[in-house]
Ligand binder design. Structure first.
Ligand SMILES: NC(=O)c1ccc[n+]([C@@H]2O[C@H](COP(=O)([O-])OP(=O)(O)OC[C@H]3O[C@@H](n4cnc5c(N)ncnc54)[C@H](OP(=O)(O)O)[C@@H]3O)[C@@H](O)[C@H]2O)c1
Length: 318
């Protein structure tokens, strides 16, 4: 089986390339090579998809193409430039295609208009809707939720791993019953390949079933072999003290304000689980994430509170 990974130089697409190689596929990764290196023992073709004809260096046909792109113009170019040479498309999309985070529904954003700014992060959801429409109904649409695990540079889940491993009282947001959802990058890669190889088509929300924040933290603690002292801070306190939700500086990652985001981390993904997605226990993801953190020397800096910020907030709560 000849598999083209459009990407392959970082996180999810690199993991997909690695696993496809381990399954015995003939793997071609196509990227600029700026984000990182592809996994060993795959063919790497240097391309720049921002230019017309950018995929010209790719020769031959492919049984499966996996694309992780975010920009409609780039996806359209790939569909046109590879026309007639692709057995099946698997497009990695996102749960951010859903228009209303306040309640669970299937309503999508309108696709990003052709003259809109694809690079504006605010346009991420509409851009992915446009990408989905370009690859079409015959493609597998992998609507990923929060992707976590080794090599994740966003520090959302990794913050909690590093924080619980560090010890001492831990400031945690919201309540133990708050819903969270995630998927380990290795499980998402495995299912994308399984579903792509099987020729599955149409949209699938690719993430765990919802579970509680208390369970999340307990799972991380179990994986690390620690017994953390959790200090819960409610939404009013966090908002009042300018703690940011979800990610970024001065944030408590994976926390979202309610009711504004009441529909975001509660999606019923039983159809995808029935179609074979297996999400490993949080404890296993946490343990492997800590191993990667220590081996790679990665520093958690993109999301979370600094030790000083957390200590100050804990003092105010005491
Ligand atoms: N992280 C999450 O929690 C999350 C949640 C939901 C959905 N998703 C989706 O999951 C996917 C994550 O993919 P990923 O981990 O592989 O990260 P990514 O940042 O989406 O990777 C982009 C890939 O495309 C390549 N690329 C970028 N610009 C290019 C260009 N002009 N020409 C050729 N190649 C180019 C990059 O390599 P070079 O820079 O080396 O060219 C890289 O390999 C994305 O589709 C994202 O939307 C992520």
């Amino acid at each position: 089986m000849r598999t083209l990974v459009l990407g392959g130089t970082k996180f999810l697409s690199r993991e997909i390339a690695r696993q496809a190689r381990d399954r015995g596929h003939e793997v071609v990764c196509a990227a600029r090579g700026l984000a990182g290196d592809p996994p060993p023992d795959v063919e790497f073709v240097r391309v720049d998809r921002s230019e017309d004809g950018g995929l010209a260096p790719l020769e031959g046909s492919f049984d499966l193409v996996v694309d992780v792109a975010r920009h409609p113009s780039v996806v359209r170019r790939a569909v046109e430039e590879l026309a007639g040479r692709v057995g099946h498309w698997a497009f990695v999309s996102t749960c951010s295609v859903y228009a209303d985070f306040g309640e669970v529904n299937q309503k999508l954003h309108d696709p990003l208009p052709a003259d809109a700014d694809e690079n504006d992060p605010e346009n991420y959801g509409p851009a992915k809707v446009a990408c989905e429409q370009i690859v079409g109904d015959g493609a597998l649409l992998v609507r990923a939720g929060l992707i976590v695990g080794p090599e994740d540079q966003s520090d959302r889940f990794t913050y909690w791993v590093e924080r619980l491993a560090r010890g001492g009282p831990v400031l945690v947001p919201g309540s133990p019953a708050d819903s969270v959802q995630l998927v380990d990058v290795r499980d998402l890669a495995a299912w994308t390949l399984d579903a792509g190889q099987a020729g599955l088509a149409g949209p699938y929300d690719a993430i765990s079933m919802p579970f509680g924040r208390g369970e999340l933290l307990a799972g991380i603690a179990e994986g690390l072999g620690v017994e953390p002292e959790l200090v819960w801070a409610d939404q009013e306190f966090l908002t009042e003290h300018k703690v940011e939700p979800w990610m970024g500086p001065r944030s408590l990652p994976m926390w979202l304000p309610l009711p504004e985001y009441a529909g975001f981390l509660v999606r019923d993904t039983s159809a995808t689980l029935a179609a074979g997605l297996r999400v490993r226990p949080v404890a296993e993801t946490a343990r492997d994430t800590l191993t990667w953190l220590r081996d790679s020397g990665h520093t958690v800096s993109r999301s979370g509170l600094t030790p000083d910020e957390e200590a100050e907030l804990l003092r105010l709560l005491a």
